[in-house]
Write a protein that binds this ligand. Structure first.
Ligand SMILES: *[C@@H]1O[C@H](CO)[C@@H](O)[C@H](O)[C@H]1NC(C)=O
Ligand SMILES: *[C@@H]1O[C@H](CO)[C@@H](O)[C@H](O)[C@H]1NC(C)=O
Ligand SMILES: *[C@@H]1O[C@H](CO)[C@@H](O)[C@H](O)[C@H]1NC(C)=O
Length: 194
């Protein structure tokens, strides 16, 4: 009885495996017939630096800012970490860390402060690389904690030389000056696959 049941179970499993394999074969067949061409491969490493100066009404730097903070949400309780504030930016990006290093293009996007208990920044931006050997856009996404010296974001896509790119964007702050208007430089060290 036990043996018979075991045999029946193993037959059922075999049938299930066969059905699954058959389904995979059908899918693989469809996939191969609709996917004859592959994307090219872009660079597997790419580094750039973003330079940001925050608009500050108290020093009225309207001629040279790269980012603006939205108003804090109108809540009736203390909001020490600015939960819900958005910073929208359009930063020049360069080859090296210096602000007069060769221009590569610009990074446009935003981050949202999204914690009640610490500074955390949810990022979404596109780096538009318009100079140099590799040109195209790189889409970068991720949640970071201000307290971390090294921040990890992901590359979720791209166009042009970076078409189909995915990978890791390691971000570090290479310069920070809190004297109003606050300014900083970030490095983005990308490891990409296609
Ligand atoms: C903020 O909320 C309070 C209470 O609801 C309201 O009286 C006030 O007008 C709001 N301020 C703004 C700028 O919306
Ligand atoms: C570039 O950096 C130098 C030295 O840190 C600084 O004096 C200058 O104001 C910066 N220029 C811009 C446009 O931020
Ligand atoms: C990138 O910049 C170039 C040059 O300004 C522009 O033609 C192109 O449309 C930009 N791409 C995006 C996605 O903004």
């Amino acid at each position: 009885m036990v043996i018979a049941m075991a045999a029946r179970t193993s037959i059922l499993i075999s049938v299930a495996v066969l059905l699954t394999l058959a389904a995979c074969t059908v899918q693989a067949h469809h996939a191969s017939s609709s996917c004859k061409r592959k994307l090219h491969c872009g660079p597997s490493k790419f580094i750039f630096y973003t330079h940001n100066t925050v608009y500050n009404p108290s020093v009225d730097n309207r001629e040279y800012f790269n980012s603006i903070y939205s108003s804090p949400p109108n809540v009736s309780f203390a909001n020490p970490f600015g939960f819900g504030i958005v910073n929208t930016f359009e930063d020049p990006i360069t080859v090296g860390p210096s602000n007069n290093s060769r221009l590569l293009g610009k990074a446009q996007g935003f981050y949202v402060l999204n914690s009640f208990t610490e500074y955390t920044l949810f990022h979404l931006f596109t780096a538009n690389v318009t100079e140099g050997k590799y040109q195209g856009t790189i889409d970068i996404f991720g949640q970071i904690r201000e307290a971390e010296p090294v921040r990890y974001l992901t590359v979720v896509g791209g166009t042009g030389a970076f078409l189909g790119a995915r990978g890791l964007a390691t971000c570090t702050r290479v310069e920070f000056d809190s004297t109003p208007p606050a300014k900083w430089t970030l490095s983005f060290d990308l490891k990409l696959y296609y």
